[in-house]
Design a binder for this molecule. Structure first.
Ligand SMILES: Cc1ncc(COP(=O)(O)O)c(C=O)c1O
Length: 396
């Protein structure tokens, strides 16, 4: 079976994890800081804070920007639940604006049209790896003094082309914070894992302390124990820590970061391989009248995108088969597929909690009706790609 997504692990990854296992640290050791430094340098950001998953990175983004009760956070409905749930975790109201029909990303015009006075942040997704129109999204948000958080969980190592220049996700000026996921189906993996990236010193410091229960160990940043400042509380010994905020255990381990560092070295190769597979699919499917290949909002970005998903749109009515029948038929022929995503605003919890319903984001709802993600991962062989192409063409 050729799955729709899969990690790429070789002996060098196994050896990196074994080396970490044999070291003095399983967690909170040197691999974490090294991974953060290397990742920040790779994307061109000042700070990278490694965490236990991409969801934690999104939650931290809400907390350090002080988003909470009474605030609205707008995101795309065409995403994984976490991009919206993070606002609800913080007590804010997640809201949704429609997507653009080419990139399937948040549409800046829709964003402007659905803006409300209590909107404090936008979470823009790089769906399938293709970035949203970040400069236009930032223009809308900044006009209203709101923050831009880029959920780049699909787009690690990728970027876009603008003003004659290639910009990396995490390293461009149109997002205040960028988050990444290293789940095994993503472009590079740490098993579970995520990264919080920013150029803002205070956001980074706050994310670091919230990652570990809100604890501060740096004496220069101590607030003191107030009324209880006498003995033993006035002794600033090496054991002293202060809890300055309500944080979490969002830590990642050294084992995971050892894997992450080794995967990061191979990331450019992973991205190239995925791009080559996408190019083959696009060419093979270009003439099928019942199938739409992924569109590019910025054609020059072709060589900068880090593709996570290859999502096509199928006119199921035209081929006289339901999506379930197509998926079953592909599965019987050894080809996995997936549907990404059910629009988040239509999930039962969102309907019940916020009263959202069908018709709120018609472009995303229409996209969902035809979406099907075909296998895409760097370890796919050329023969696997040929099999997928052949089996898709055999559907009709
Ligand atoms: C767009 C998007 N955002 C956030 C996440 C959450 O990442 P994680 O699974 O690492 O928590 C995912 C994971 O699938 C995702 O696809």
């Amino acid at each position: 079976m050729i799955p729709y997504g899969k990690q790429s692990i070789d002996d060098s990854d196994v050896e990196a994890v074994i080396r970490a296992l044999r070291s003095d640290y399983l967690t909170c050791g040197p691999e974490i800081a090294a991974f953060e430094e290397e990742f920040a340098s790779f994307v061109g950001a000042k700070h990278a804070v490694a965490v236990c998953n991409g969801t934690a990175a999104l939650h931290l983004a809400m907390l350090v920007t002080r988003i909470g009760s009474g605030d609205r956070v707008i995101t795309s409905p065409n995403t994984f639940l976490a991009s919206a749930n993070c606002a609800a975790f913080a007590g804010a109201t997640p809201d949704f604006c429609d997507i653009d029909p080419v990139s399937y990303n948040l549409d800046p015009s829709a964003l402007e049209a659905c803006w409300q006075n209590d909107t404090k942040a936008v979470v823009a997704i790089a769906y399938a790896g293709q970035p949203a129109d970040m400069p236009r999204i930032a223009e809308v948000a900044r006009k209203h003094n709101a923050l831009v958080i880029e959920d780049a969980c699909h787009g690690t190592g990728g970027g876009f082309f603008r003003d004659g220049q290639a910009w990396k996700l995490g390293g461009h000026p149109w997002a205040d914070i960028t988050t990444f996921s290293f789940h095994p189906v993503k472009t590079m993996t740490t098993g579970e894992g995520g990264m919080f990236v920013t150029d803002n010193d205070e956001f980074a410091h706050h994310a670091r302390i919230l990652r570990t229960h809100g604890m501060v160990r740096d004496a220069d940043r101590f607030a003191g124990f107030g009324d209880h400042g006498g003995p033993p509380f006035d002794e600033a010994g090496p054991w002293v820590y202060e809890m300055q905020d309500l944080g979490y255990n969002y830590r990642i381990t050294d084992l995971q970061c050892a894997l992450g560092r080794n995967q990061l070295k191979k990331l450019p190769g992973f991205i190239q391989r995925r791009r080559a597979i996408v190019a083959r699919y696009n060419e093979a499917f270009a003439d099928l009248p019942w199938l739409t290949t992924p569109g590019l909002t910025i054609p020059e970005s072709r060589e900068t995108i880090s593709w996570h998903l290859y999502t096509v749109r199928i006119d199921f009515a035209a081929i006289g088969k339901t999506r379930t029948e197509v998926m079953m038929e592909l599965r019987e022929r050894g080809v996995g597929s997936q549907v990404l995503y059910i629009p988040v605003h239509l999930q039962p919890w969102y309907r019940k909690t916020y009263g959202y319903g069908l018709g709120k984001c018609p472009v995303a709802e229409n996209f969902y009706a035809g979406a099907l993600s075909l296998p895409l991962y760097s370890a796919m062989s050329d023969a696997d790609v040929s099999t997928v192409i052949h089996m898709v063409k055999q559907l009709v």
